[in-house]
Design a protein around this ligand. Structure first.
Ligand code: NAD
Length: 262
């Protein structure tokens, strides 16, 4: 039976702690398989810009969607390379936050677990998450733009876009751009988890980029409960079984501790 949607508010102020419905706490505690889908919002409290922030921040002259495409790279590889170099440096200089850490704790608590992330920042791994698939790659990795092979040795100092030692083509970040396919294995694992999980937490994503945005529907079609954690309304909000309306750095530690601690 599907539970009715529940919306609760919380803020980053610990004094206004969210009240999480007891049915949700029970469902989480009893679940054999919990899956989690994260987006840029979970890293916002670490200081990594979400897409939305990026559009209003330093890169206001460029739409990230215009930079994160194979055709943008073909037109101007240096501009795209420099944009990723700036993001790579930014990500390397920040730390995982309480939201990332709460998911590490969740992974320890449930028998079967999969963290599916759209993020390319590697902060989940740095926090300690291990059962994880990266749907959109990782900004710290670099690959040959022609052969697709991962390249370990390249210079971040070079003023020009580095080239593949094997074929001479430009190197590029190992991230999935718009118009590109997701890594087959990662997507298959994510879809399998969405079908089999009893609870899917959907955290800090605008739920607009497919195929990741289709995972909550897949989970619900197979009987899973969908819980959104986001301070803002998204296209998923109306369909989610529960909505925790708050920042993930506040809501997730609370959700995990309330589920397992009396
Ligand atoms: P998005 O920028 O479209 O949406 C971010 C969402 O996070 C919004 O719904 C916003 O309300 C929410 N949010 C903001 N602060 C939050 C907080 N403290 N706690 C919880 N939620 C918060 O991001 P998306 O849906 O992940 O977008 C898709 C693409 O952006 C992905 O392909 C991803 O690869 C890429 N991206 C990744 C990073 C990263 O790796 N950190 C950063 C920017 C963009």
């Amino acid at each position: 039976m599907r539970l009715r949607a529940f919306s609760a508010r919380c803020s980053m102020n610990p004094a206004s702690v969210i009240a999480i419905p007891s049915e949700l706490l029970r469902a989480l505690r009893r679940a054999r398989f919990v899956a989690v889908l994260t987006g840029a919002g979970i890293s916002a409290e670490s200081g990594v810009a979400t897409f939305r922030d990026a559009q209003t921040g330093l890169w206001t002259r460029f739409d990230p969607r215009e930079l994160a495409t194979p055709s943008a790279f073909a037109r101007n590889p240096k501009r795209v390379w420099d944009w990723y170099a700036w993001r790579r440096e930014r990500v390397a200089s920040v730390e995982p936050n309480a939201g990332h850490r709460a998911l590490v704790e969740l992974e320890r608590r449930v028998p079967e677990f999969l963290l599916i992330t759209q993020n390319v920042d590697g902060l989940h791994q740095r926090a300690g998450s291990r059962k994880l698939v990266e749907l959109h790659g990782n900004i710290a990795r670099v690959k040959c733009s022609r052969e697709g092979t991962i390249v370990e040795n390249w210079s971040a100092e070079a003023s020009e876009v580095p080239r593949c030692a094997n074929c001479g083509a430009f190197l590029r970040p190992d991230v999935v751009w718009f118009e590109e396919l997701l890594p087959e294995h990662a997507l298959a694992a994510a879809e399998d988890a969405a079908r089999r999980c009893e609870v899917l937490l959907v955290i800090g994503t605008s739920a607009e980029v497919y195929p990741a945005a289709g995972l909550p529907t897949l989970a619900q079609e197979h009987g899973g409960l969908v819980v959104e954690v986001n301070p803002n309304e998204t296209p998923l909000s109306a369909r989610a079984d529960y909505v925790l309306r708050g920042a993930s750095g506040a809501a997730l530690p609370r959700l995990v501790s309330a589920s397992w601690m009396p």
